[in-house]
Design a protein around this ligand. Structure first.
Ligand SMILES: Cc1ncc(COP(=O)(O)O)c(C=O)c1O
Length: 401
């Protein structure tokens, strides 16, 4: 089934297109003949409005320095936040940057000091660990807690680790990889604690637009405005519109002093400008591509149903907490009793699917692997079939690990 005027069903061979997900399989998994369900981008063409804007700009043929008058692009970000999330941001509270991980790194350097503790909530996107340590700060873990309903933040534990040398929290909102879309009340409880303890919040909302019909994203700054004096929010059209290769992202700080400090920190490394195609994509995505996003979310919602039904009927040993957002799902293989190396061996060499190794998301990721469902349904079904075959053989004991 295609979603309206967009074709999400046709399979696209992306190999040989400077594409990490398809071209780097051998480097990461040791073999190239895998169906890719790893890197967080989607095997779909982006919105036609975006491609058209890029084509027009490419055909112009002159690619000199981009304008420094970025009001129009910052307004596109602000208007999107207002329209899509009801968050009343103004263009002069927005800054541009190439990538969200760039923003995490710059914000860590500017808003914390060397040696400071920074809280993250594993299992979590691996650069959350590496950017903190690479910048000479200290990782302080507040692991999520698994409940029957899904993963939740452990505020009691957080309270106990917030010693005076812990200065910031890096929040993943919605959360990669457990696909939670934090509720307003959960964000308010967290916000209250951070405000009370004087903790700065770096809020990564890159997945804010990838929300299923049964959930609602609330920007942290909107849920708990009292935090605005000590926080920055990082957003991007990259996941939303599948344009991560174009390196266009934005940060939002409502507090003038934080804005001024971050602006000069990005500027110091010449990171506050983005390339011409990034500017073009940001404007076309946020101003003219919302219908595509609605359609892709509908399609992804059907992919989610397909995964949930498949696991329940064909692989009840694999557990998945109902995903509320994102297209990257946290599959729990612990019932099979495999070590992490064995699990990855079965996935890669038996099922021949490329999935992210759960242990890269923190210690509690042992026994898990992350599945990217952002692909045509037939590709997803083929991958699920491969999983069922490989794990079926395993249960029958016909596989030598
Ligand atoms: C939570 C989170 N932040 C950041 C990124 C990547 O951001 P960027 O490519 O803009 O650096 C990802 C990519 O998967 C992500 O899941």
């Amino acid at each position: 089934m295609s979603s309206g005027k967009y074709d999400f069903d046709s399979r696209i061979d992306r190999s040989g297109t400077e594409c990490e997900k398809w071209d780097d399989l051998k480097t990461h998994f040791g073999r190239a003949d895998l169906l890719p369900f790893w890197v967080a981008d989607m095997d779909f063409r982006s919105a036609p409005e975006i491609t058209e804007a890029l084509r027009e700009r490419a055909e112009f043929g002159v690619f000199g320095y981009p304008t420094e008058q970025t009001e129009k692009y910052r307004a596109a970000v602000a208007n999107w936040e207002r329209r899509r999330h009801g968050w009343d941001v103004s263009p002069d509270e927005v800054g541009l940057m190439p990538g969200v991980v760039t923003g995490i790194s710059v914000a860590l350097c500017e808003l914390t000091s060397p040696g400071d503790g920074v809280v993250i909530q594993p299992p979590v996107y691996p650069p959350f660990f590496s950017e903190i340590t690479r910048n000479g700060r200290r990782v302080v873990e507040n692991p999520l807690v698994e409940t029957d309903e899904g993963y939740v933040m452990d505020l009691e534990h957080l309270r106990s680790v917030l010693t005076p040398d812990v200065k910031a929290i890096l929040l993943c909102c919605p959360h990669n990889p457990v696909a939670r879309v934090w509720k307003k009340e959960e964000l308010q409880d967290l916000g209250r604690l951070c405000a009370e303890r004087g903790v700065t919040v770096i809020c990564d909302e890159i997945h804010q637009d990838l929300i299923y019909a049964d959930a609602k994203h609330v920007p942290l700054s909107l849920a708990f405005p009292e935090l605005e004096g000590r926080m920055v929010t990082l957003v991007a059209p990259s996941k939303t519109f599948n344009v991560a290769g174009l390196r266009a992202s934005a940060w939002i700080a409502r507090d003038r002093e934080i804005y001024r400090r971050l602006h000069s920190a990005f500027d110091k490394f010449h990171l506050s400008g983005i390339n011409i195609f990034g500017l073009v994509v940001l404007e076309a995505a946020y101003n003219r591509s919302e219908a595509w996003l609605d359609a892709v979310m509908e399609y992804l919602g059907e992919n989610r149903d397909c995964v949930e039904k498949f696991l329940a009927s064909r692989m009840p040993g694999v557990k998945l907490k109902h995903p509320e957002g994102t297209y990257i799902f946290w599959l729990d293989f612990r019932d099979y009793g495999l070590g992490q190396k064995e699990l990855m061996n079965v996935l890669t060499n038996r099922a021949r699917v490329a999935m992210n190794d759960g242990s890269l998301f923190g210690r509690m990721g042992e026994g898990f692997a992350r599945l990217n469902i952002g692909c045509p349904r037939s590709q997803l079904e083929e991958g699920l079939g491969r999983l069922a075959d490989a794990f079926g053989e395993l249960r029958k004991g016909t596989v030598n690990l």
